[in-house]
Design a protein around this ligand. Structure first.
Ligand SMILES: Cc1cc2nc3c(=O)[nH]c(=O)nc-3n(C[C@H](O)[C@H](O)[C@H](O)COP(=O)(O)OP(=O)(O)OC[C@H]3O[C@@H](n4cnc5c(N)ncnc54)[C@H](O)[C@@H]3O)c2cc1C
Length: 187
């Protein structure tokens, strides 16, 4: 997102990662919110391509393999093990050792101090724990898809309202593991 703000452009796969993370991968935010940000910031912004790709990536239409989720940690580790891309766009992390570059919050304090980057002060803690958030998103997507299938792809507005209400109730439960993890991370 820093690259997008600075350059007005980012690579197609980075767009994939962002769109997946915001919607069905981690944050479960409506795809239109991300679409609007891309529309505003992309130098190659194109209404049809942007909408189509957000629909696709969020598994709202055209693509249905919602269980395939980009990991913000392992994806980068695989394609850029030294984290050169991150170091370039986030210079605050430039001295973080390779082994912690994708999960700097796991680095011992002595390493963070040496790298002049204390997580929670110089660089934010993760907004959600990816493992828990992606599992929860998968479950919610599974419920939505099952409902759609059960009703032979004819889901009424009322069904959708009920499903939304159920998902919101789930989120409000105190015992929600993502919420408590998030509180822990931000605490
Ligand atoms: C969430 C999301 C939003 C996007 N929004 C836009 C947008 O607003 N405007 C836009 O032009 N592209 C958009 N794209 C598609 C794609 O990212 C860009 O076209 C691509 O990054 C352009 O890079 P390039 O010129 O190096 O082309 P390359 O990646 O080398 O591809 C060659 C050509 O193929 C076309 N192309 C490649 N992938 C796609 C694709 N998935 N959909 C349509 N055309 C493609 C492009 O026109 C490009 O010029 C979006 C992709 C995602 C995942």
């Amino acid at each position: 997102m820093v690259q997008l703000r600075k350059w007005g452009w980012m690579h197609h796969l980075a767009r994939h990662c962002v769109a997946c993370f915001l919607t069905r991968g981690d944050l479960f935010v409506h795809w239109e919110k991300g679409r609007d940000v891309f529309e505003r910031l992309l130098i190659d912004s194109d209404w049809a391509i942007n909408n189509g790709n957000w629909l696709w990536l969020s598994c709202s239409s055209f693509f249905y393999q919602y269980n395939r989720i980009y990991s913000p940690i392992s994806f980068g580790k695989k394609y850029d093990p030294k984290g050169n891309y991150i170091r370039h766009f986030l210079p605050i992390l430039k001295d973080m050792p390779d082994e912690y570059i994708y999960e700097p919050w796991t680095a011992p304090l002595s390493i963070q101090t040496k790298a002049k980057c204390i997580i929670g002060r110089d660089y934010p803690k993760p907004v959600v724990p990816h493992d828990l958030a992606s599992k929860e998103c998968r479950r919610k997507m599974g419920e939505a898809y099952a409902l759609n299938q059960k009703l032979n792809r004819l889901v009424s507005e009322e069904d959708l309202r009920n499903l939304r209400r159920k998902l919101e109730e789930d989120e409000d439960q105190e015992s929600n593991p993502i919420r408590s993890q998030r509180q822990k991370l931000n605490g």
